[in-house]
Write a new protein. Sequence first.
Lengths: 407, 219
Amino acid sequence: MRWACILCLLTLPAGWAAAQEGAAVGGAPVETAVAGADAGEAPLGQPAEPAPPAPFPAPAGATARDKPNDGGGAIAIRWQPVPGAMAYRIERAGEDGAFVPVGAASALENAYEDRVEDGVAYRYRVVALGPAGEEGASPATLPARSRPQWFNGDLTGVALSVVAFILVVAWFIRRARRGEQLFVRRIAGLEAVDEAVGRATEMGRPVLYIPGTGRIEDIATVASMNVLGEIAKKTAEFGTPILVPNRDPVVFTVSREVVKGAYTAAGRPDAYDPNSVFFLVENSLAFAAAVDGIMVRERPATNFLLGSFFAESLILAEVGASTGAIQIAGTDQVPQLPFFVVACDYTLMGEELYAASAYLSREPLMLGALKGQDAGKLLFMALLVAGTIFSLITGLDAGWLLSTSGY
Amino acid sequence: MKDKLPLILLIVVGFMGLTDRFLPHPAPEHLNQYMRDTLLRIISAFALILGLGNLILRHMNRIRKKSTDWPHSYTLLISFFVASVIGLFGGVAGELWFPTRVGTFDFNITTIYNQMLIPLGASMFSLLAFYMASAAYRSFRARNWLAILLLGSAFIVMLGQVPIGYRISPAIPEISQWIMEVPNTAAKRGIELGITLGVLATFLKILSGIERSWLGSGR
């Protein structure tokens, strides 16, 4: 009993001080103080429970709110940092009102994201942890509920840029519809297509068209299908055989339809050979081996490598170069571009692949879209230059223009 | 209707794909996920049957017509048949009724994949080193000032990646790093910007029905 009394005397002032300080910031530490008093009532002869943590300044301004611009299930907690705090413990109270620890943050952080159930009200408090185990708990926040949002406000700037670009392209398409002649810059790789197909015709050898190793959901593969249609029209007109090996079964079915359609459009449906478009294998390296075999056996005079290419790009391009074929390549996979540049006669870099079908078809509406693409690029380049100058002059990050949530 | 139905489908699916990034709500996200993960897989499964049928027919034609190197087609057809039987009736690891083990010799699909397909793929991949050397030899010939610039920067970058570069001069790895981080990144970002706009323009062309080559059948 004597020991218990001594312990009470030792802990009560600390609990009282914590209660006083807690009352100043919202009263939460009172619970700690009371708990400290209880701990002193250990039965005689049994070891006393450890002394409660000493008080520590509590984080001020703790707030909890639904995390903005997400699909729900998250509440964002923020607080003002406490000087000297070693870490923070985040506690949550659900409908029963009892606070339980749900996470921790380092001394450098002043925000925490808690994964919760949508629609349920939760209150939070942030406990600052001192170097000697002292604790200071913030007052409980107002109840916060998470819910999913329909629009990601962070991407408003991006959405507006997309809309602006769409309007620019639509404006050029409209001009083309009116019959206006639009100048389109020269693309060397596409200028050479006629020459390349003509060369194959003169040599009596086939044209090999590889639509990449990507899947149909890759936009580069879709662009490649569009170019395939234009090139197949030319081979149909010239009476040159075309070979189209495919790695993806869905791409195979689409490319077969495209080639068949091109021969029909060129007025040569009889010249279409169903065996000219074929499926090889899904494994990309096995595909490269099979295509290399075709290059060596069939000796095509012209190789087109247009679409998505990965590690196999150089294997294909180098074997093609060794057979003496004229090679026109294009991909949107930036790491593969240097391989094509060194191994092929012409390389369509990135956007030129997307411009190819319009360039080859010379249809006014398609050229209008191409012109709009160029104008959009000019617009974005001007914005980049303006943003750079703005940042240099003001020292501010112009990136905030694209972020509108402000949270 | 034969033209309109694919276009309508494309417009609906295309807009769903475009808005996926802007709408974080689980409803459109789950729908997109379902289309990508489930519907596309079903389509791929049917397309695979067509593809394999085409593969077999093509090689049978090659054998019938005695085309160049036609005996190779036998290799493909026999491998295809044997692997199909083992896979379909022997299971992935030989757990079905077809025997895939003779003594200590395993020949189930997993073994075939690990012991044959992976080493063959690795062999193909290793060829890249030789192709890179031959491509580098051709491209690094100093024919004009652009080629000299390429040769010079490639030389510095390569030296900067190996210890001897630092031994020659501690500045070499720094210059190498600068080439990679500044001019190289600037060029890459320029190309990537063009690609992004090209993707959007292609999307618009297809969506507005201006680009119809992908529909095939002479449209």
